[in-house]
Design a protein around this ligand. Structure first.
Ligand SMILES: N[C@@H](CCC[C@H](N)C(=O)O)C(=O)O
Length: 270
């Protein structure tokens, strides 16, 4: 059985998008998602995106990390899917319903409202999530925020010097985070600008993480380390415009790109 796919990316965070909104696909579980995502034996991507019909929104977007785990949110894929869909849409995700609007060479996404409760991140036990009393070597006092998916944000003086390849997986899998965590290392570079590197839960170092940019902008505003509510967040793959509105919603604007389209032979990856 041949399956069509679209290969897309948002600032170099890349996706295989499978569209099952009209024609259903065989069930996709962790082994299939990991198999398709494998860069040597599959198509290769940071996240596999599956579009399906929805009862509560225009359509449903399911997100699988490269390790095969299904997760709640993906900011960069949201812009890519907005581009693919081509018009405004409400989209059901496991992290909540989001609103997409294609714009220029990308999209503007209403990512919803952030959550700050320790049990909403979730953490293993109660603590202040604005400046957590924990440290991993020189990475200390992160902010924890759930923007559909869980993020820890460390503000540092010198982002590039942080050994994120080594500390990222350690923090991601720490027992403090029962659902694991995305690890963000942020350096404030101006009153409304931040440089960001992200170790993504289930995918590792990526060129960009849209939800990481949203969580980091909100953390910076709450900590008072930036002025105003609109922040330019620059990741290795480029810059996103993040606004945390007075009404409490996170608006993300940035580019998305179709790399190529193709088809592959469905395999039993189990
Ligand atoms: N690349 C994404 C985030 C994908 C999910 C994340 N790795 C998780 O496990 O929560 C983005 O652009 O937000």
């Amino acid at each position: 059985m041949r399956i069509p796919f679209t290969k897309m990316h948002g600032l170099g965070n890349d996706f295989v998008v499978l569209d099952a909104r009209i024609d259903a696909l065989p069930p996709i579980g962790p082994a299939t998602a990991a198999g398709i995502s494998d860069r040597r034996t599959g198509i290769g991507c940071d996240q596999l995106i599956l579009l399906q019909p929805s009862d509560v929104a225009d359509f449903r977007m399911r997100i699988f990390n490269a390790d095969g785990g299904e997760v709640e949110a993906c900011g960069n894929a949201s812009r890519a899917v907005a581009l693919l869909h081509g018009s405004k849409a409400s989209v059901e995700t496991a992290g909540g319903t989001i609103a997409m609007e294609p714009m220029g060479n990308g999209a503007r996404i209403d990512m919803g409202t952030p959550r700050f409760g320790w049990d909403e991140i979730p953490l293993a036990y109660a603590m202040d999530t604005l400046a957590m009393p924990v440290a991993w070597e020189n990475l200390e006092n992160p902010c924890a925020i759930n923007v559909g998916n869980p993020h820890a944000i460390f503000f540092v003086e010198d982002g590039p010097s942080v050994p994120l390849e080594r500390l990222g997986p350690e923090i991601e899998c720490d027992a403090l985070f029962p659902e694991r965590i995305n690890v963000n290392v942020a350096q404030v570079t101006g009153p409304a600008s931040i440089d960001l590197r992200v170790w993504e839960r289930g995918s590792g170092l990526t060129r960009a993480c849209g939800t990481g940019a949203c969580a980091t902008a909100v953390a910076a505003i709450r900590r008072g380390v930036v002025s105003g509510r609109r922040i330019a967040v620059t990741l290795p793959g480029g810059t996103l415009d993040i606004e945390w509105t007075e009404a409490g919603r996170i608006m993300m604007t940035g580019p998305a790109t179709t790399s190529f389209i193709g088809s592959f032979e469905w395999t039993d990856y189990a």
